[in-house]
Design a protein. Structure first.
Length: 402
């Protein structure tokens, strides 16, 4: 079997997605997600202009060799654009392998380690009352794990909260949105939020929260310590992770579990964090961290140190990533939880899928491969729309981590 075509499809059914479709001489094809939020066209070009021509004529079954070729062969290793492009190829090749074998991806990986995948949903409110209402709705829908984010008194905007009170989408069309941030106001308020959740709903649900890189290590340590009584499932991205050793400071002060890694693109981004057991959950995703071949390596390495997976699953990772991630989660022996934000309705139509949601858990389905397809004619009805992630500034105007 040989690869005869590799096409990049850019579409915006509610938000932008980049998809790679690899077609073989036997008519079997596979698809992979190549979406890098706010930088979509860079990956599309990397694939179209540099990677796709290299794939023509190759045996689609040589997945590992193709991964090594694209990683080592580029000479310029790692980085989000490169690793997202490699991930898309890898995902599409595993999809082809599953279709050829007539088996769902999770069975190729070694079979199911559990009956279904626990997912966490997002309860977000512009104020405490609204956040508690959304939390109650998630319990009603059967979620066992719920992330809570909430507007901060006297702060104009905050990460993770939709302005309209509907579902949250950070990318904005047109100009880059500037948000303001006050660490002091946030740290003063956020323990109140967790206290209110536990007081109203008890301790039966797993409670998660995303700090979104906003604190310094010592501030993160203070927060982790302050919220210990509310027994969080995890505190996510408490501080930027370029300096992996910085997490030692957090660990020295708190037993609140830490989750990191949605912006990571290779095992080298988390090597020290995992080896020194500075984190509890690794959040790297298939799409941004080199696909199934590489994330499997990360998960296996993490398992040696009792670090569990908690894959990023925001709505800017396409339904293709979601499908593949659910197979990965069903297999991974050290799985922790999977993020699930849902998708805009048109996106679900453009990407017909075998996965299903049932009362806080998901299953990838039994279709061969990863079980997600693309309706190209429908995708063409939603052309790309330029959109950017916001930036954050401190109240005095200093640019901060968004
Ligand atoms: O593109 C950026 C989003 O994926 C990110 O802001 C979402 O932090 C996020 C999360 O935990 O889902
Ligand atoms: Mg996050």
């Amino acid at each position: 079997m040989k690869i005869v075509r590799a096409d990049v499809i850019v579409t915006c059914p509610g938000r932008n997605f980049v998809t790679l479709k690899i077609v073989t001489d036997e008519g079997v094809y596979g698809i992979g997600d190549a979406t890098l939020n706010g930088r979509e066209l860079a990956v599309a070009s990397y694939l179209r202009d540099h990677v796709c021509p290299m794939l023509i004529g190759r045996d689609p079954g040589r997945i590992e060799d193709t991964w090594q070729l694209l990683y080592r062969g580029a000479y310029w290793r790692r980085g989000p654009v490169t690793m997202t492009a490699i991930a898309a190829v890898d995902m599409a090749l595993w999809d082809i392998l599953g279709k050829v074998a007539g088996l769902p991806l999770y069975r190729l990986l070694g079979g199911a380690s559990r009956d279904a995948v626990m997912v966490y949903g997002h309860a977000t409110g512009r104020d405490l009352g609204e956040a508690l209402e959304r939390y109650a709705e998630h319990i009603e829908a059967g979620y066992q794990a719920i992330r809570v984010q909430c507007g901060i008194p006297n702060m104009r905007s905050v990460y993770g909260v939709a302005k309209s009170g509907g579902s949250y989408e950070p990318a904005t069309k047109g100009a880059v949105e500037e948000q303001r941030w006050s660490t002091e106001k946030y740290l003063d308020f956020v323990p109140t939020l967790f206290a209110a959740v536990r007081e109203k709903f008890g301790f039966d649900t797993h409670l998660l929260h995303d700090v979104h890189h906003r604190l310094t290590p010592i501030e993160a340590a203070r927060l982790g310590k302050a919220v210990e009584p509310y027994r969080l499932f995890w505190l996510e991205d408490p501080t930027p992770a370029e300096n992996q050793a910085g997490f030692r400071l957090i660990r020295e002060h708190t037993v609140t579990p830490i989750a990191v890694g949605e912006v990571f693109n290779s095992i080298w981004d988390c090597k020290q964090l995992i080896e020194e057991q500075l984190i509890d959950y690794i959040r790297a995703t298939l799409t941004h961290a080199g696909g199934i071949t590489h994330l499997k390596r990360v998960a296996e390495f993490a398992s040696l140190y009792q670090v569990r997976t908690g894959c990023h699953g925001a709505s800017d990772l396409s339904p293709v990533c979601m499908g593949a991630a659910l197979h990965f989660d069903l297999w991974a022996p050290n799985f922790g939880v999977q993020e699930y934000m849902g998708f805009p309705e048109p996106a679900l139509e453009v990407f017909p899928h075998a996965w299903r949601f049932e009362r806080g858990t998901m299953h990838p389905g039994e279709a061969p491969g990863h079980g997600v397809d693309i309706d190209e004619a429908l995708a063409a009805c939603y052309p790309y729309e330029s959109a950017y992630l916001p930036v954050a500034r401190l109240e005095d105007g200093t640019l901060w981590n968004w």
